[in-house]
Design a binder for this molecule. Sequence first.
Ligand SMILES: *Cc1c(COP(=O)(O)O)cnc(C)c1O
Length: 375
Amino acid sequence: MNFWSKLIPSKERTTKYWPGLINAYRDLLDIDNKTHIISLAEGNTPLIPAPAIAQACGIIGLSVYIKFEGANPSGSFKDRGMTMAVTKAISKGLRTMVCASTGNTSASAAAYTACARANGYSDAKCIVLVPDGYIAMGKLSQAIIYGSQVVQIAGNFDQALNIVRELADKYPIALVNSVNPDRIEGQKTAAFEICDQLDGRAPDILCIPVGNAGNITAYWAGFKQYAALGLVKNQPKMMGFQAAGAAPIVLGHPVENPETIATAIRIGNPASWKMAKEAVEQSFGLIDSVTDAEIIEAYKLIHSAQGICCEPASAASVAGLIKASKQGKIERESTVVCVLTGHGLKDSQTALDVSEFKPIRTSATESAVAQALNL
Ligand SMILES: *Cc1c(COP(=O)(O)O)cnc(C)c1O
């Protein structure tokens, strides 16, 4: 009998609609009852048991769960912060959103701006700055089809963020990067959901990829708030993982030319650096780096051994857990949640490039197919 075979009492079975995360957690968020909410029913993402990942860690009694953030409306956790950031921007009378992005922020900002247009703000606009050539095609195509103005700059994310900060200072436009506290406020709901999904306790360990470091900051804020309210008795160790070629927090200095296959965390000077360090220190966790080879190995495992579809940057959480396990840093019988931050379909080119499973070509007859398969 596994997790999925447990009988659920029919009164707990529900297909009732989910009201979006602001409405669901309104009493715990900085939002008043009169604000017109811009939502695409984000949040309420699945917490999936991951026995294959637990096995790869080789720790006795380890329970691993995946918080699958790819299930959000635009395919990444960025939607949690964006529902709040766009809602607040609109309520302040701003109509133009701007962000710098490694891809997912732009897809999300573009989606929520389109949602604002659908909900009575027909003049809402979105401008996104992305590093030319370093954004997965799925993300770029989302930003375009949701109707935002994409600006590809000949520079990296850190430079793009500096530019949009200046633009937001000069013009009446809303900066919706995670330097905007409304983003963190929305994103902390993922920690609430995990505690609710684990029946009123926090995991022992949370593993999470770190780029600009807004998300690790948000999760820690959420876990602390739930503990302060007495809704959980424990708090997790926060374990953040950067890509080795873009690991400023691990190295202790900014990285001028960050490089990694995990483009969503290709960031050399994280905006929430200090807060990420605080989260790690206060929770007795750790921050470490994982190589692109370790990320790709975890990325393949998550797909082919576990059946979950995530993008390369997301796999840094699992790669980090496996690395920490091998180093003896994970206690027996721990409950671990790995956050898979974005959906794999955003970056199908990487999947095709790295998988050892290759399609075979045959003519269109039963015998040719059977022969090609050695049946
Ligand atoms: C944005 C993003 C990250 C990094 O999150 P930060 O809050 O910038 O640390 C990780 N994975 C994916 C898929 C992302 O889109």
